[in-house]
Design a protein around this ligand. Structure first.
Ligand SMILES: [Zn+2]
Length: 312
């Protein structure tokens, strides 16, 4: 079974006319997951709000206050012109981070084997004290710290297949040699980081796979079955987290990677194999990018199809 962590609060983060990171993104995904074929397979679970202490695992208190205040006095841009906030943004961001925590608890309580969180705002560009690239709180980094602090789970594999490098996640977690952070992304591209790899002797660390524009599933699969599999087999994770961005789709306007919707089934299936081998299929995945609505919905559904096969 797969948990789906969705809440209408995600629609109240308003980014303004013409912004690609818009409320319709999560609506099309939840509509796709309500189709007949998913009946009886998905558990719709209500995500809680992350507390300021939990968000404080990876962000400064001053920054958390600044997000709250900007939302209350919004709409306005926070730290950069591409990251707008509105009245509902703080609560949406708290609940986007909270979805990770509810999902982690749900998996560890064996309510479901895997979970997917179609949330917004996304998180992987958010830095310690700075909003960036449509992101307010770094949902996946908060989840990783929560696994360690609250559940005493230390060996965590994070797979980020969003087309953009997860600069925020890397900044927050790269000093932590219990975590293996893998990012595959277009390079050169926004935000300009993600070229270097830094692995530790016992195989945690950061594994970056920068991909030239024009790469497709074949090139991605070579990395998943090669470098990534080699590293994961040494690391042997106790839990897997996914930053699931779907903007490497060939029809997405924000990049030049040529994945098909179905590629997200096959690539996720590789991650499911790791989870099955080392941690009874335990995976929590959270939405990052993906901006072309019909293929975003299709790709996310293929991703969930693979998650449904974990632990079987
Ligand atoms: Zn992205």
């Amino acid at each position: 079974m797969t948990g789906i962590l969705y809440h209408e609060d995600y629609l109240n983060h308003m980014t303004g006319m013409g912004h690609p990171e818009r409320p319709g993104r999560v609506t099309v995904i939840t509509e796709a997951l309500k189709k007949e074929k998913y009946k009886g397979k998905l558990i719709w679970d209500e995500p809680r709000l992350a507390t300021t202490d939990e968000i404080g695992y990876v962000h400064s208190q001053a920054y958390i206050d600044r997000v709250k205040e900007a939302a209350e006095t919004g709409p306005k841009n926070l730290d950069s012109p591409d990251t707008p906030v509105s009245k509902g943004s703080y609560k949406a961001a708290q609940r986007a981070a909270g979805a990770m925590l509810t999902a982690i608890d749900g998996v560890l309580d064996e309510k479901y084997t895997t979970a997917f969180c179609p949330v917004r705002p996304p998180g992987h560009h958010a830095r310690y004290s700075m909003a960036m690239g449509f992101c307010l709180f770094n949902n996946i980094a908060i989840g990783a710290r929560y696994l360690k602090h609250v559940h005493n789970i230390h060996k965590i594999l994070i797979v980020d297949f969003d087309i953009h490098h997860c600069n925020g996640t890397e900044e927050m977690l790269s000093g932590d040699n219990d975590i293996l952070l893998f990012s595959i992304h277009q390079y050169p591209h926004y935000p300009g980081t993600g070229l270097s790899t830094k692995l530790y002797a016992h195989s945690g660390g950061v594994l970056n796979a920068p991909m030239p524009p024009g790469s497709g599933e074949k090139e991605y699969m070579r990395v998943f079955k090669g470098q990534l599999a080699d590293q994961v087999n040494m690391f042997m994770p106790e839990f897997v987290l996914i930053s699931a961005g779907f903007d490497a789709h060939k029809d997405d306007p924000l990049g030049d990677i040529n994945l098909e919707s179905e590629s997200y089934y096959r690539l996720t299936k590789e991650v499911v194999r790791f989870a099955d081998m080392y941690c009874d299929g335990k995976i929590v995945s959270t939405l990052e990018g993906g901006y072309e609505l019909p293929v975003l919905a299709e790709s996310a559904a293929f991703h969930v199809d693979a998650l449904l096969e974990a632990g079987t």
